[in-house]
Design a protein around this ligand. Structure first.
Ligand code: C2O
Ligand code: CU
Length: 461
């Protein structure tokens, strides 16, 4: 059963103030930062007053999981304890790390069995907004609540009055507040994936976020949804994008005034509170035509905080990414195929719904030969061609890439990303240096698509 997408219970009877994750800088950068993450079941309230609680799967029993914070270049050690009745792993999405720490079962590690634990250790080379999630039975484990933010702090604090995090999740709840079943049904998997009916910010349907006129807010957005793409408009405000997927870019206004994030994508914004004291301004998600809804209100305090700043937001210091040599790069063509094509027909047979170059890796995808093998240190261009009628946010593990062109035209900013959203029938060229040896996943982050074949391994030797 597909729950009508219009049945959004957003806002109605919501708890009022959004749960804010105000980020404070952590201390000493020299010693190893240690965290413990127990994977378990929990009961939380996602929707606020008047709605029932929801049984979830959660890191440390909270949705989203705890915000992990480290300094750039600070070693971190995270012990994941599986107190749950299914195997799991944790993938540190976007972090450039040794292959053995990447959290892919059967490829980079053995799954963490119930009752067992695994210690992840790495030193994040890049400052920015990252996140973590399971890579086993991902559709259910992520869809039932296992996700959290991983913030890597810049060595020097960014000049903002407040640093806020909005981790966005999308849930399909029934009228008793339970997570609806039917994960991975074939019909949905061949279309846009499992889009829910309830969108939360930091684990709560949010009514408003309190702000003050004159404030400069750093807003870190994480789209942790299974399938929902968001397109956020900040009514009468001008958010400036300063990073994509944790990687600094030239500060710019979002295209068309809208911040578009596919599943797994992040954006760091500088948002100057230029509204009037006492006023309320909407943040709207209108990515899907006819399905626009208000995500949250920016509610201004009666008194301004300060005079508005006149200086424009500064560019963040660059991360130490290896620069690909485009002219000498090896070009690897990847065709994305499959899915529903308007009629009811599916493009490929045998259980798989999607393919990459005609191959399908399904489920958690352990046992497939690599799509490509690349020599370590080589520059390569992944030339993606989306031949389907659907959007695909394509994610490469362990590396960030430059989006050098789209549809054959040079991409002006050539921004760095770890996940690129490729619209239907469009193409994108991604350039990177294959500098970390190992087997790395490259897959669509619409989780239904990933599990129904849109997944491959790239081997770096
Ligand atoms: Cu966030 Cu393999 O993914
Ligand atoms: Cu996809």
């Amino acid at each position: 059963m597909i729950v009508p997408r219009r049945a959004l219970i957003l806002g109605a009877g919501a708890a009022g103030l959004a749960r804010t994750f105000s980020l404070r800088r952590s201390f000493a950068a020299s010693e190893t930062r240690e965290y413990l993450l127990a994977v378990r079941t929990a009961t939380v309230n996602l929707t606020g007053n008047g709605y029932p609680d929801t049984a979830v799967w959660a890191y440390e029993g909270s949705v989203p999981g705890p915000v992990l914070q480290v300094r750039q270049g600070q070693p971190v050690q995270i012990t994941v304890v599986n107190k749950f009745n299914e195997d799991t792993t944790v993938h540190w999405h976007g972090i450039r790390l040794p292959n053995a720490m990447d959290g892919v079962p059967g490829l980079t590690q053995k799954p963490i069995r119930p009752g067992e634990s695994f210690v992840y250790e790495f030193t994040p080379p890049d400052a920015g907004t990252f996140w973590y999630h399971p890579h086993v039975d991902t559709l259910q484990q992520l869809g039932r609540g296992l996700a959290g933010a991983l913030i890597v702090e810049e060595p020097e604090p960014v000049a903002v009055d407040r640093d806020l995090l909005w981790l966005i999740e999308d849930w399909r709840l029934d009228d008793r507040g339970r997570i609806a079943g039917g994960f991975g049904n074939r019909m949905e998997a061949g279309m846009s994936g499992r889009i829910g009916n309830t969108v939360t910010i930091n684990g709560r349907v949010a009514e408003k976020v309190s702000v003050k006129a004159g404030e400069r807010v750093g807003l870190r957005l994480v789209n942790a949804a299974l399938a929902r793409i968001v397109g956020l408009r900040f009514e009468d405000h001008k958010p400036v994008v300063v990073a994509h997927d944790g990687q600094p870019c030239e500060p710019h206004l979002p295209e068309g005034g809208r911040v578009v994030l596919g599943p797994a994508m992040r954006a760091d914004l500088i948002l100057d509170m230029t509204g009037k004291p006492g006023q309320t301004y909407r943040v709207i998600d209108d990515f899907y035509q006819d399905l626009a809804y208000k995500l949250v209100d920016l509610a201004y305090d009666g008194k301004p905080a300060r005079e508005p700043r006149s200086e424009p937001p500064q560019q963040l210091p660059a991360n130490p990414l290896p620069e690909p040599q485009i002219a000498a790069a090896e070009r690897l063509e990847i065709a994305l195929q499959g899915g529903m094509m308007g009629g009811m027909g599916m493009m490929c047979g045998d259980g798989a719904t999607w393919t990459m170059n005609g191959m399908s890796m399904t489920g958690d995808g352990q046992s497939m030969p690599p799509l490509f093998a690349i020599k370590r240190g080589k520059s390569c261009v992944l030339a993606l061609r989306n031949e389907t009628a659907w959007w695909h946010p394509m994610h490469l593990h362990g590396h960030s890439f430059r989006v050098v062109s789209r549809n054959g035209k040079p991409n002006p900013g050539k921004e760095w990303r770890d996940t690129v959203l490729v619209p239907p029938r469009e193409s994108a060229d991604l350039a990177f240096v294959a500098d970390h040896p190992g087997d790395w996943m490259f897959h669509c982050h619409v989780t239904d698509h990933q599990e129904a074949g849109m997944m491959a391994v790239i081997r770096i030797t």
